[in-house]
Design a protein around this ligand. Structure first.
Ligand code: AMP
Length: 394
């Protein structure tokens, strides 16, 4: 069964065509600068990569190009071979706690939550609509970034603010990166052959979140009402005192929106280092003894370590700590520093095993009290598997 896994952003559209159940990636690619000058796309297939510059006015044009090229490049004999399309959707609010088959009415319902994810949700839904138009007889599935976190209890998801904010406006912790954390949890429980495993999943990419999972259910996660909360990230601050916002508004004459934008896009590693949001640049600068880069990395790793220690307590002792996403999979230095900062939990990293990139492996010593792993995430596969499951249930 061939399934397309899609992640539509406001000016981009990423896709992976996956054969199931073999999990083979048949083709993948990205359309960039949709609706802008200089739009182009790349498609990888069969060991080859093509790049085409083409005017892409909107997501529908991108989807049409993709459909034409998949047949022209002989990736597919015809479009009927695509049995389902799975779409990543950022926010499903409280209502959408599982993946589901999309139709126009459901898309309208989901769009109620656009105000909770204004940068992503409208684009995710626009992508889904474009595929519904191009492939009207194919099952389209929505997979929500928030869904895996819906198992959190009120104790974890409620903020200590007036209860009416929750009742009237839905102010609560939702959590994000759910599809990635779900993949990590599923793979680890299968690997450990332990259905009731307690996992601390550290998704450390440009965006970052740490999640505590017990027996396949999220107990708590570091992101909150929006993806701005939790650990320090590439450009996001993570947790700060909210009183900073009106204080800085007064001092700078910035609007609330401008300050929030600054906390989302100019803070984190970039904000403290005054250099870059990319951990590779930070590590290069640290080698040159750049003090701000050293400080940025120190805060960054400390905040991850603090969440891991807090979640180990919440889980009453975890079985495994798992690093994933761009930084988690690739930066041996970030993993090493985080593990040094949780030594009190009895974590003992094996420096030799840790000296690797992007592969699933155990990186702690045999006598480490908690096992530490690297596991490359695979959200595209998770989206495709959910799509297959819903097709098979139909
Ligand atoms: P993601 O959001 O998961 O795609 O992660 C992107 C981030 O991963 C980049 O901003 C880098 O900070 C980080 N990254 C990617 N490759 C490496 C590497 N080889 N070493 C350290 N960090 C890396």
């Amino acid at each position: 069964m061939k399934i397309l896994s899609v992640n539509a952003g406001s000016s981009s559209l990423k896709f992976t065509l996956i054969e199931l159940p073999s999990e083979e990636v048949i083709a993948s690619g990205v359309f960039e600068k949709i609706g802008m000058d200089g739009s182009f796309y790349t498609i990888k297939y069969n060991g080859e990569k093509i790049r085409k510059e083409k005017s892409l006015n909107d997501h529908s044009v991108a989807v049409s190009c993709l459909m034409e090229d998949l047949v022209e490049l002989h990736v597919l004999n015809n479009l009927d071979e695509i049995e389902g399309v799975g779409h990543r959707i950022l926010h499903g609010g409280q209502e959408f706690s599982e993946s589901l088959i999309l139709n126009e009415d459901i898309i309208k319902e989901i769009s109620k939550y656009n105000e909770l994810g204004p940068l992503h949700n409208p684009a995710n839904l626009m992508g889904a609509m474009a595929f519904m138009k191009a492939l009207p007889n194919v099952v389209q599935v929505g997979v929500f970034d928030t869904a895996f976190h819906s198992s959190m209890s009120e104790r974890e998801f409620l903020y200590p603010v007036p209860y009416s904010w929750y009742e009237k406006y839905g102010v609560r912790k939702y959590g994000f990166h759910g599809t990635s954390h779900r993949y990590i949890d599923k793979t680890m429980r299968e690997y450990l052959q332990k259905d009731d495993a307690k996992i601390i999943s550290c998704h450390i990419g440009n965006g970052a979140s740490v999640t505590a999972i017990d027996s396949g259910k999220v107990v708590d996660t570091s992101m909150g009402f929006t993806p701005l909360a939790g650990v320090m990230m590439g450009t996001r601050s993570g947790d700060i005192d909210p009183s900073i916002i009106p204080f800085v508004m007064n001092k700078t004459n910035m609007s609330c929106e401008e300050v929030i934008n600054c906390l989302n896009k100019e803070s984190g590693l970039l904000g403290v280092s005054c250099l870059s949001s990319d951990s590779r640049d930070i590590e290069d600068a640290m080698e040159q003894n750049n003090e701000k880069a050293i400080l940025a990395q120190d805060i960054y790793t400390q905040r991850i370590a603090n969440y891991v220690a807090m979640y180990n307590n919440l889980l009453n002792g975890a079985d495994a700590i798992v690093f994933t996403a761009g930084v988690g999979e690739n930066s041996s230095q970030v993993r090493k520093t985080v593990c040094e900062k949780i030594k009190s939990l009895g974590v003992e990293l094996d420096l030799e095993k840790n000296n690797c990139r992007g592969e699933f492996r155990l990186i702690s010593k045999d006598d480490s009290k908690i096992a530490v792993y690297i596991l490359p995430t695979n959200e595209e596969l998770m989206i495709a598997l959910d799509t297959m499951e819903l097709i098979n249930k139909k």
